[in-house]
Design a protein around this ligand. Structure first.
Ligand code: GLC
Length: 587
């Protein structure tokens, strides 16, 4: 067997991408780029900080674009950078059509789009339509207006229960903990109505049955499309419509905080289906997306929508990507599947079948800004529902080496699958979750709203390391950082990994190059049997992919011995595939 995992294959059409004019590169129609794209999620607060205030910003992102060209991604999804009081890290938007000064200006956004397009990288903007910030002009008007007024009708205001209206209108809990309703004080000083917020109380939910809300959002879509955005990641795309009458509901204890995504039961291989909540996955959301699809169609190029919809089973999620709705939906059942071969085979099969049934590609994702980084999550030894987070007192803490080994193997498996793939900044460096954040540094509303019972999501949001030994690891020049970075991150720094054979960064670079060269994103999965229960093995466009998710090494069959090793997530010797290792072979 020849080991060539450090080889850099020649790529079709690779050239000096910066020479391509933006229009030429990105307004092609008919190529449906999103079907096989690798999309890199940037969490602007934590990617790169140009002005040194400890908070990442748009100019910081622009200055680091070459690192993404080098990695080989097709598009960037930017988490929110809009005007916001930052009560939920920007997912509380006060002005949908401006940039918060923390992150820069609209000019900085335009520059970022132009520079990205010049490198053939598309830009996807985060749209937060379920709720605004309580500092949004509309919400301020609603508070100043009377019950029953058109201003209040843009949100979900209701009278309280009980003789004096002092009980919340129903029993719904906020995703971040605590009640989903807050009572307002009316302009005349008396205790008044209640408003619904599925998230923090600073995030009032819009009433999406109101045409004014719909019209405003069409305008917001056009605002960013006019500025060159290639699409939108749609926040809480399963929550915008609530069941009529807002009936009481108590979620099952085992569900994640966002609902749905029960995942695959590793014991039975069955998709775990949780009862649906009166605020998640209601049928009425679909007409909104059909409407937005038409708005995107007004524009040249292939503009896209990607749903954050935590619904299950996958056949239900596939409704979000029917031909006249969105192009992609995050495959959360895949993300939630443990590192377990039978469960992985089931979720891959179900994903390809469910999305394929509506003519959509599957997506694949392992990490994002809301979940424990997979370099830690895959080595947790006790249940950890989405939103719980990991902190100093969490039982079953992951062993770092085990987590990294599994993460590399899991990423190598994911990047060989047909469809679109999402990478969360820092996973290409093998970054673990930061578990030991001091309590006083934590900022996630989940932490506060549950009185520290749930750690929340700060641990996956720490600014990423660029340069070993530098202030803030090169995140900026001043050393400031909105969340403290661990002391032992030198070895994860990008500069240490660049060009270093076997580093996680080089593994990702190679995987993306090979993925493109062999068109794996456009291929298909043909299962290969005979490796035993702990192995996931398939071929895709002539590449044989074998992932050993078990605890013992597996011997590869003799007929594979003269295969060329294109990529390996760990060290391969002879015909032995160690535990927690994925290999790509070509014959
Ligand atoms: C989505 C975002 C998350 C945010 C929530 C409320 O789930 O990904 O970060 O807190 O919506 O907007």
């Amino acid at each position: 067997m020849t080991i060539t995992s450090d080889a850099t294959p020649e790529l079709p059409g690779e050239g000096s991408v910066t020479d391509i004019a933006p229009e030429q590169a990105l307004t092609t129609t008919g190529d449906e780029w999103w079907r096989s794209a690798v999309i890199y999620q940037i969490y602007p607060r934590s990617f790169a900080d140009a002005n040194g205030d400890g908070m990442g910003d748009l100019p910081g992102i622009t200055s680091r674009l070459d690192s993404l060209t080098d990695l080989g991604v097709d598009a960037i999804w930017l988490s929110p950078f809009f005007t916001s009081p930052q009560k939920d890290a920007g997912y509380d938007v006060a002005d949908y059509c401006d940039v918060d000064p923390l992150f820069g200006t609209l000019d900085d956004f335009d520059r970022l789009v132009a520079e990205a397009h010049a490198r053939s990288i598309r830009i996807i903007v985060d749209l937060v339509p379920n709720h605004s910030s309580s500092e949004h002009e509309w919400f301020k008007q609603a508070l100043a207006a009377a019950p029953g007024s058109p201003e209040r009708a843009r949100y979900l205001f209701r009278d309280g229960k009980g003789a004096d209206g002092s009980e919340a209108p129903n029993n719904w809990e906020s995703v971040f903990g605590g009640p989903a309703w807050t009572r307002v004080t009316e302009p005349d000083g008396t205790p008044g109505q209640w408003y619904l917020h599925l998230f923090d109380q600073s995030q009032p939910d819009f009433d999406w049955t109101n045409d004014e809300v719909r019209e405003r959002f069409r305008g917001i879509l056009r605002f960013w499309l006019d500025r060159g955005a290639d699409g939108f990641r749609v926040d809480v795309a399963h929550g915008m419509i609530k069941e009529d009458g807002l009936p009481d509901y108590t979620p099952p204890a085992e569900g994640g905080s966002m609902g749905g995504a029960g995942g695959i039961d590793p014991e039975t291989g069955e998709q775990i289906e949780l009862p649906s909540a009166p605020y998640w996955g209601q049928e009425g959301v679909h007409e909104i997306y059909r409407d937005w699809h038409k708005v995107l169609d007004e524009y040249e190029g292939e503009r896209v929508l990607c749903a954050e919809a935590w619904v299950d089973p996958l056949s239900k999620m596939a409704k979000w990507v029917r031909p006249d709705e969105m192009q992609q939906a995050f495959n959360f059942p895949y993300l939630e599947t443990p590192w377990n071969a039978p469960a992985l085979r089931v979720v891959i099969d179900e994903s390809l079948a469910a999305f394929g049934a509506v003519g959509a590609p599957s997506t694949w994702v392992l990490s994002n800004h809301d979940v424990v980084r997979h370099a830690s999550r895959l080595a947790l030894t006790v249940e950890n529902p989405q939103g719980a987070g990991v902190g100093p007192k969490t039982p079953g803490k992951p062993v770092r080496e085990v987590g990294l080994r599994r993460a590399r193997a899991a990423s190598a498996l994911m990047l060989a699958l047909p469809g679109g793939a999402y990478i969360y900044q820092g996973e290409e460096l093998g970054l673990p979750e930061v578990i030991d954040l001091p309590d006083e540094a934590r900022q996630d509303p989940t932490w506060f709203r549950t009185n520290g019972e749930r750690y929340g999501r700060d641990g996956c949001r720490v600014p990423i390391p660029w340069q070993a030994g530098a202030p803030a690891y090169g995140f900026n020049e001043t050393g400031a950082s909105w969340l403290p970075q661990p002391d032992d991150w030198d070895d994860y720094a990008r500069d240490r990994q660049e060009g270093t054979p076997g580093s996680t960064l080089e593994l990702y670079r190679l995987a993306l190059q090979l993925r493109r060269a062999h068109q794996l994103g456009l291929g298909g999965v043909t299962w290969i049997d005979g490796f035993g229960d702990d192995v996931v093995a398939f071929s895709n466009n002539g590449v044989t992919v074998i992932a050993n998710a078990g605890e013992t090494a597996v011997e590869l069959p003799a007929d594979l011995l003269d295969a060329e090793v294109l990529l390996a997530s760990g060290t391969i010797e002879g015909a032995i595939l160690p535990a927690d290792t994925t290999v790509w072979l070509a014959r």
